[in-house]
Each structure stands twice: as C-alpha cells, then as structure tokens.
Design a protein around this ligand. Sequence first.
Ligand code: MTE
Ligand code: MO
Length: 197
Amino acid sequence: MPDSTENHSGAGRRDRVPSGQHLTKAFPVLHHGEVPGFDPRTWSPRVFGLVDQSLKLTYDQVRALPSMVVVADIHCVTRWSKLDTKWEGVPFRDLLKLAIPRPEARYVLIHCEAGYTTSLPLEVLMDDDVLLAYRFDDADLTPEHGYPLRLVVPKKYFWKSAKWVRGLELLTEDCLGFWERLGYHNEADPWKEQRYS
Ligand SMILES: Nc1nc2c(c(=O)[nH]1)N[C@H]1C(S)=C(S)[C@@H](COP(=O)(O)O)O[C@H]1N2
Ligand SMILES: [Mo]
C-alpha cells in the first residue's frame, strides 16, 4: 500500500511514530499482576466522587450505551507503537455526562481490578478519541487486553489506557496512579517523550 493512503493526516507513516519508538504488528500484553477473572453477575463499574449523579452500571447497561469506533495509533513506553488499532466502546465524555460532573472536578482517578490505578485531567479524557472499550479489531476484547472494559487514551503512553476498569473517581486534586508513583511521568505525552519523571 502506498504511504499516502496509510494515514489520515497526509503526513508520512514515519511521522506517526514518536522518537524512540518502533512499529510492531503484534499486540504485546503488558500489565502488573494476574489477568483478573470476570463475572457479569457481580461486575458493576462505578462513576463516583465529585459528580451529582453517581453511577453503578451492570454489564448489560454498559453494552447498551451508545458506542463509537476509534481507529488510532498507540504508543507504549516500552517503545513499541502500533498503527491503526481499532477500538469500540462507550465514548468517555458521554459516560461522564450521565454522571454530571461538578464544576470543581478536574481530575479522574481510574480504579482497576487488583488495585491498579492511573489518573488523567478530566479535560484530557473529554477528548473525542477517548473511550471505554469492550471491543478490539471487531471482536470482544480478550481477557489479557482488558475485558470486559478498558480505557483507551490514544494521545498518551499506553499505561494510561487502564485495563479492567472498575471505577472512575472525580477529584479536585490529582492523585498519582500505580506507575506514576513508581516514577513514570504523570503527563505521558509520547510526542514529548514524557516517559519518566
Ligand atoms: N489494570 C491494568 N491496566 C494496565 C496495566 C496494568 O498493569 N493493569 N498496564 C498498563 C501498561 S504499562 C500498558 S503498556 C498497557 C498494555 O496494554 P495491552 O496489554 O493491551 O497491550 O496496559 C496498561 N493498562
Ligand atoms: Mo507499559
């Protein structure tokens, strides 16, 4: 395929790979700890904290929400990048609107199975390419890639794309997540090579 048809921006393919990254066609699996089990009868992701309408959802409710497809490039801090990954799920900003964030809410702490956390400014998460995904490449996510629900934030290094999301907590002040406390950069912009702080 010619280079000019392989991207959406008109830029060359190499312009889509940030400094220090290499392309892979594989889909590496990376996480701390074990792949958690999933029971749809007890699984109930929450949106809570500085919201007017706390949410506690069921699996069926999540799957019934309006969905969107995002095709995006992803960049892992361990230096692999993957172009044109296809995700489907709930637009983050639509879910947040249901919970009615209070004006003082500025950060979101993402809580996952087994205590994994990461945080992002609410403003970053309101971008139109951010979603809570349950499908990848036209099939349900596999357990190791975050089934039943993972965050996808394409503009940040991939550790911000938390797998096995259980809760979104809205806060006034930021709260460092799992890797950020261990020295990863809190902003995680691959185009600025914000790998470690
Ligand atoms: N719950 C959870 N989510 C996580 C992680 C983790 O350890 N636990 N690791 C992060 C890291 S460091 C990366 S690079 C990506 C890897 O996602 P993948 O296994 O689907 O490629 O998941 C991120 N999300
Ligand atoms: Mo990572």
